[in-house]
Ligand binder design. Structure first.
Ligand code: ADP
Ligand code: MG
Length: 814
């Protein structure tokens, strides 16, 4: 048992704006417990938090200032917890702090750079690395990912996420057994055998969460997320199983309702969050007070789920995330205060061992069988039930092959079953008799041996049948071998070709057309012997396919709009950067794969050379009649050191390739996520545009209703009007009929709004291809309408959306 208080750490986020001096200071004397002092500026101190103190001091186990990177955080905070988790103890790490203070950044990681990956990916990497090293135990790992939003539990890994929205999925609910153990109903557990699989699950959950999020439901700041690794371990042959759980928790923002102070739904949500964190606080207060018998865990879902982590069987660590800017001082102080209370809680972590009854039964059954056999042998007591027909046939086959076996050492193994032993003797006796009769009768006339003719024939028939069977088996085996050989040859021929093909793929931009797996498979083909290592990507690609599947269903107009939206989106810069990094990594991996192959063949050659050299030496020794080979051969020594060197090189390169593989995988997942986000934002923008249009243009709207298929000449001419918007002077738009559009500035057409435009993209859009380049100009009346109502209305919607933007832009300019 390990008794320990909850460990508390503080992490200060780099400020968004320029560093504000003198707001806090950190005292990191090595002998003393580190402390964080928050200094309230004079202008704020008046009337601040019910007194006039000017500074507040808080002690932490560790304080990480702005410059602490993710690696340091992992090493100091997460690694110790992961280590005790591997030893069989439960562990929890939770991040607490106001929205924007860096909880998600700390727990999951940043969305852009590989080096920004947070505690979860690093911990997964560490755990799987350790498990791989330890072959003394059999380990099983499962992952679950729970989100608690408005007191409702959602399974972020529910496979039905693809098809339904959060609300349609069954809620995760809490069940308590008579021993007061908590069980979560409807929370799926997914086995993960590698780091890659576990990482895929993390990204799947995050993507599902992002997709479920709407502007009205900003789940990411108002919900709690609990990523759990479940580990069971067992020594081979033992019936004792150890279980441990590791919760990595990203809590909801801890800010107060007053700050969120808005009406309607938002208030309800804010209240809930507060309620949920309020209950957490209550539990923590109760736990930190001595002699409290009742701890109100049951008040909220989150405290129920984390019950063991708080004052129970768990090693728990809290990270207080702080955004120490002037306007956040009160929130930061309350986060630190919360941490001080948490630090008082004592937990008692025990090893969770349990005897697996199924394994015990299996062991016992085996033992009983052995004892029975032994008993039967010793007492000679017959068993009651007779041998079955199949058993008899099997025995006779054994006898036949025993008799036929020329090997004098061969034995007839029938086990410790007296019935079988008896039958063998009977059968042998019968065979012997038959042979005798056969011998006696070889010269007799046919009429004489009529009565023994029958058994003889039967015997011969059986023998022949046996031989036939044996031959059949042989043929089958040979055919299988042949098939395998053939396959090998085919693969050998196919692989290089495939490799080339994949390489081309990976050279093309991975976004949006590229194959995200291209590079991964390329690794595979350049280092064939690591095939298993690099082939677990099917999962991710299917996820991505499902998530971005919407894209394929888009009509042409929408797709074009999407392309422009994408180009102007701030995230596209990150995506492009990552694309570049990915490309570099791919080529590095490819080169490494080739070098590895070279090193491998070099090692093979060296080994061969050494062996040859050795044989030569021995032969020389014999021919020169020397009992011992001559003094250590220098040439051989040299070869050996070369071999060692080559092996070292191989190992280093292999390790690097493995690390590269993880990085590539991570980057691909980041990009996938960014793509889904982009797609989502596009859908939102598109829907908004459509609604705006419906509100703004009843005339066009009603037209739509009347003629949904756009096939009459009226509609065609409206469309042509909408499209013939480019005159020699510039961008002239005339909404005929409605008369809504005035002539616009020529620049207007160049800008397609995006909810998230970066300065960079704006700059880019004003110099790069204008909109009409993306939308091929066609003779006015020849815009091909597809006849499909959905597609056609999409086309029209797109055109209208464009018009409305232009119109807005015009109004803005005027
Ligand atoms: P929270 O989850 O607490 O609401 P986030 O983790 O989303 O906050 O952080 C808000 C923003 O600040 C994100 O853009 C994140 O990348 C950035 N950020 C947070 N902590 C750090 C840090 N330590 N270093 C660099 N950027 C950070
Ligand atoms: Mg967050």
């Amino acid at each position: 048992m390990v008794k320990q208080t909850i460990q508390i750490f503080a992490r200060v986020k780099p400020p968004v704006r320029k560093h504000q001096q003198g707001i806090y200071s950190i005292d990191q004397d090595e002998k003393l417990i580190p402390s964080l002092e928050i200094i309230v500026p004079r202008d704020l101190a008046d009337g601040f938090v019910n007194n006039k103190r000017e500074s507040y001091k808080f002690k932490f186990q560790g304080i990480f200032d702005q410059d602490a990177n993710q690696e340091i955080i992992f090493e100091h905070i997460a690694k110790p917890v992961a280590e005790s988790f591997l030893a069989g103890y439960n562990g929890t790490i939770f991040a607490y702090g106001q929205t924007g203070s860096g909880k998600t950044f700390t727990i999951t990681g940043g969305a852009e750079r590989y080096s920004d990956r947070g505690i979860i990916p690093r911990t997964l990497s560490y755990i799987f690395e350790q498990l791989q090293k330890d072959s003394s135990k059999i380990y099983t790992t499962h992952i679950s990912y729970l989100e608690i939003y408005n007191e409702c539990g959602h399974d972020l890994l529910d496979p039905r996420h693809e098809a339904s929205s959060l609300e349609d999925l069954p809620k995760v609910t809490i069940l308590e057994d008579p021993d007061q153990n908590i069980h979560l109903k409807n929370l799926s557990l997914h086995q993960a055998t590698t780091e890659e699989e576990a990482l895929n699950l993390l990204f799947l959950g995050d993507t599902n969460r992002m997709i479920a999020e709407t502007p009205m439901n900003q789940a990411s700041t108002r919900s709690h997320c609990i990523f759990t690794v479940h580990l069971s371990s067992k020594e081979p042959g033992s019936a004792t199983v150890r279980h441990a759980k590791l919760h990595l928790v990203d809590l909801a923002g801890s800010e107060r309702v007053a700050k969120t102070g808005v009406g309607g739904l938002l208030l309800t949500e804010a209240k809930y969050i507060n309620l949920s964190l309020h209950y957490l606080e209550q539990v923590i207060i109760a736990l930190s007070e001595k002699h409290r018998s009742h701890i109100p865990y049951r008040n909220s879902m989150m405290t129920s789920v984390l019950r063991d982590s708080l004052g129970g069987n768990c090693m728990t660590t809290m990270i207080a995330t702080l955004s120490l800017e002037k306007r956040n001082l009160d929130e930061s102080i309350s986060t630190c205060r919360f941490a001080q209370r948490v630090a008082l809680i004592k937990n008692e972590a025990v090893l969770n061992e349990e005897i697996d009854p199924r394994l015990v039964i299996k062991h016992l059954q085996k033992e009983i069988q052995e004892l029975k056999d032994e008993l039967a042998m010793v007492t000679g007591e017959p068993r009651t039930e007779a041998l079955t027909e199949a058993e008899l046939l099997q025995l006779e086959k054994l006898i036949t092959s025993f008799l036929e076996d020329q090997d004098p050492e061969s034995r007839l193994e029938v086990g410790a079953d007296m019935r079988k032993i008896h039958h063998c003797f009977h059968h042998l006796k019968k065979l012997l008799n038959d042979k005798k009769i056969l011998g006696n009768n070889t010269v007799s006339s046919e009429s004489k041996d009529q009565d023994c003719q029958e058994p003889l024939k039967e015997e011969e028939y059986r023998k022949l049948q046996d031989i036939l069977k044996q031959r059949d088996n042989e043929i089958n085996i040979l055919v299988n071998m042949l098939k395998k050989e053939k396959k090998k040859v085919q693969e050998a021929l196919y692989l290089p070709a495939k490799g080339r093909h994949e390489f081309r793929h990976s050279q093309s931009p991975p976004f949006p057309l590229g194959n995200p797996e291209g590079g991964q498979r390329m690794l595979l083909s350049s280092a064939p012997s690591q095939a298993q290592d690099f082939s677990t990507l099917g999962y991710r690609s299917s996820l991505l396919h499902k998530k971005t599947g919407m894209r394929e269903e888009m009509s042409l107009g929408r797709q074009e709009a999407f392309e422009i939206f994408k180009r102007d989106h701030a995230d596209s810069v990150t995506i492009d950067d990552n694309k570049q990094i990915l490309k570099q990594r791919f080529s590095e991996a490819k080169a490494l794969g080739e070098s590895i192959n070279e090193a491998r063949s070099k090692i093979g050659h060296l080994k061969e050379e050494i062996a040859q050299r050795h044989i030569q030496q021995v032969a020389l020794g014999i021919s020169e009649n020397m009992a011992v080979p001559p003094t250590p051969d220098q040439q051989e020594e040299k070869l050996r050191s070369q071999l060692e060197e080559e092996k070292r090189r191989y190992k280093t390169m292999f390790t690097r390739l493995k690390a590269l593989k993880v990085e590539i995988e991570h980057l691909q997942l980041l990009m996938d996520k960014a793509k889904v986000k982009l797609q989502k934002e596009f859908e939102v923008w598109w829907a908004e545009e459509a609604t705006n249009l419906q509100v703004n243009s009843p005339a066009v709207n009603s037209l739509d209703h009347k003629k949904p298929f756009l096939q009459t000449s009226d509609t065609q001419s409206e469309l042509s009007q909408l499209l013939s918007n480019k005159s020699s002077g510039g961008w002239e738009v005339q909404g005929q009929g409605a008369g809504r559009f005035d002539a616009c500035d020529v620049n207007a057409r160049k800008i397609l709004p995006s909810p998230c435009r970066s300065p960079h993209s704006q700059k880019q859009s004003s110099i790069s291809t204008p909109l009409e380049d993306s939308i091929p100009e066609r003779p006015v009346l020849s815009i091909p309408l597809t006849g499909d109502s959905q597609t056609d209305s999409d086309i029209l919607a797109f055109i209208k959306a464009r018009q409305s933007i232009l119109q807005k832009k015009c109004l803005g300019n005027n």
